[in-house]
Ligand binder design. Structure first.
Ligand code: SF4
Length: 240
């Protein structure tokens, strides 16, 4: 029953963002060979297979990235971006990190968390005996806000549907939000400031969420690493 709901959701998502066949025809014209994600094919045939198979998750993330997100001009952040930073990692991960938005290094490369803060995040991941490629890393906002300013509420509202769809496809066991913006979006602004909220458990799309500090904050405030380590231990011991 739960699977049926998600097929319906994906179907309406496709309807919201455009016709699948129009997009694939356009891609073929450009010489890009695109494989129809199995879940989409199965929705069309009325004979759905498991959306939890790792190859189906991978196809659906590729679909979301290539067909829906990669040409997005839904908000003003499209004007100055160099690259859309969709997210990267294992589509079948247990742990998903959610940050705020790309910075300059991420905008240059199209990859999330590759600057100094990203290197620290890699160390944090390794501290719980995982590799970076074992987890999935994405941001609430996919294009860099000019000057690394905080994204506005309307930009978050415009872009956050993509993140929600990533979470629905990946279905991690646990989500860890990094910093204030993703904490407020996922957990709610009414829950309090991040120093009170971090380390507690919440839910998003039915998935447990534990907020912690952003690695950039740790670069400025190394003493907060101890609290992040506590949060990581909790994630490791309870969900991995
Ligand atoms: S920030 Fe999100 S909604 Fe805005 S243009 Fe980029 S991908 Fe589209």
């Amino acid at each position: 029953m739960a699977e049926k709901n998600i097929f319906e959701e994906i179907k309406s998502f496709i309807n919201d963002y455009g016709n699948y066949f129009t997009f694939t025809a356009a891609l073929k014209e450009k010489g890009k060979n695109y494989k129809m994600p199995e879940v989409i094919a199965d929705v069309n045939s009325g004979n759905p297979k498991s959306v939890d198979a790792p190859d189906v998750k991978k196809d659906n993330l590729n679909y979301l990235q290539d067909i829906v997100v990669n040409n997005c001009v839904k908000c003003r952040l499209s004007e100055k971006r160099k690259n859309i930073v969709f997210g990267e990692g294992s589509p079948d991960c247990r742990l998903m990190f959610i940050g705020e938005a790309p910075g300059a290094d991420e905008d240059d490369t199209g990859r999330p968390f590759v600057g100094r803060a990203g290197q620290l995040l890699t160390k944090i991941i390794e501290s719980i005996n995982l590799k970076r490629e074992d987890v999935y890393i994405a941001n609430v906002i996919k294009c860099r806000p000019p000057g690394n300013r905080t994204p506005s509420d309307d930009e978050i509202e415009c872009c956050s549907g993509y993140l929600r769809e990533q979470v629905r496809i990946i279905k991690p066991r646990i989500i860890c939000t990094l910093g204030k913006v993703p904490m407020e979006y996922i957990v709610g602004k009414d829950k309090g400031i991040i120093s009170r909220v971090r380390g507690n458990e919440y839910k998003y799309e039915g998935i447990p969420v534990i907020p912690t500090y952003h690695p950039s904050y740790l670069l400025r405030n190394p003493s907060a690493k101890r609290e992040v380590w506590e949060d990581m231990k909790k994630i490791r011991d309870s969900y991995l």
